[in-house]
Design a protein around this ligand. Sequence first.
Ligand code: IMO
Ligand code: MG
Length: 416
Amino acid sequence: METELIAILGLQWGDEGKGKVINALKNEYEIGVRFQGGANAGHTVYKGEDKIILHQIPSAILCTEKEALITCGCVLDLEALINEIEELKKRNINPEGRLFIDERTPLVFDFHKEEDVLENEKKGKIGTTGKGIGPAYRDLIDRKQIKIGEFKNKDFAYRKFKNLWNWASEVIGSRFGRPVKPLDEVFEKHFSLFEKIKDFLTDGIIFLKEKEKQGKRILFEGAQGALLDILLGTYPYVTSSHTITGGILLSTGVPPWRIRRIIGVMKCYTTRVGEGPFPTEEKSEIGEILREKGQEFGATTGRPRRCGWLDLPLLKYAIRITGTTELVITKLDVLSGFKKVKVCTEYELEGRKIEFPPALSDELYRVKPVYKEFEGFEPDEKDKNLRKFLDFIEKETGTKITYISASKGEEIKKVS
Ligand code: IMO
Ligand code: MG
């Protein structure tokens, strides 16, 4: 019998609590896979009192009997990776023999981060995490990137790197009037970083094929969220990777029909870091309360997150583009204490009512949310008002809620 392959994806603009859900379902898989993004992600997991934030390594690494794979849909920051490995070792978690990196994975170099940060200071910025994600993916699409496995041949890697470095120094020089660090210095730095992690390299496509054959259960761990997808998100206020189920197929070679369980993680309200349209954003005291109660400050950059009510048009869209088969709703305790809780059920755009978001960000900026009010509730499944709130979401989205997360300190609970 074929094992079940599971995907856990964010349905909003990231920070939905994916890390917690992945950790809670630890009995349901043996191998965790990151298929997109890079050090822009911040997955917070609590092990008792200890708070661990993973950026590039799949959360599966925290369970010592599991294996973790970073695929070529990611862009890998070697310096950050080594720091992450050190952090794990400090906690007696040893990734050796359990962490694998697809040789095809492109890299993030210092000049990618430099360009990202400088670009962000310009007008019309996206508000990125400054981790070099956009420039690294651009160079991949532009066919200039270096695949990590290419470092195995130092001379070959140097020739390719020189080409990329020349390009980067032209871009940063002409656009920002700055020099980049000398070619040989940057190359040698990254080469010695590579030497430290080269034992983790593998062919990710064959690795997964073999594991599937052995009947291992695999979990694909999404980073960011559906609305940050490069193609179907709120462009240009998005990240540069494919955050949806399609992104798994692109970088793993796993056949589409093998992934039948797609768990969409959502908060019971909405947050966003960085720029871009956010119809239900509350700039008032309500937003402030959500931010404080929910501790909505970025795990990667520490920036305060923008906060607002749950947005059903965007949620329905995210469920559609991810193929979500079940929902997990997190942070219910953050809404307790509100007398009334609001949910946006549709938008008004130029006098028309619409229940799906418009295709373009420019239009999404102009929609007016129409709200339905719910009685306040406690984060307890037996609370009748909470049940009404959850039933409404299930009915509107046509998708079952399988787990809820009531508070930070507690495990997620199965919904009966
Ligand atoms: P996790 O995995 C929330 C946002 C940035 C910015 C946009 C582009 O923790 O949910 P980038 O650096 O990717 O080029 O920035 O995407 N962003 C995230 N927001 N959670 C994340 O990851 C994010 N990763 C990127 O704030 O608006
Ligand atoms: Mg995060």
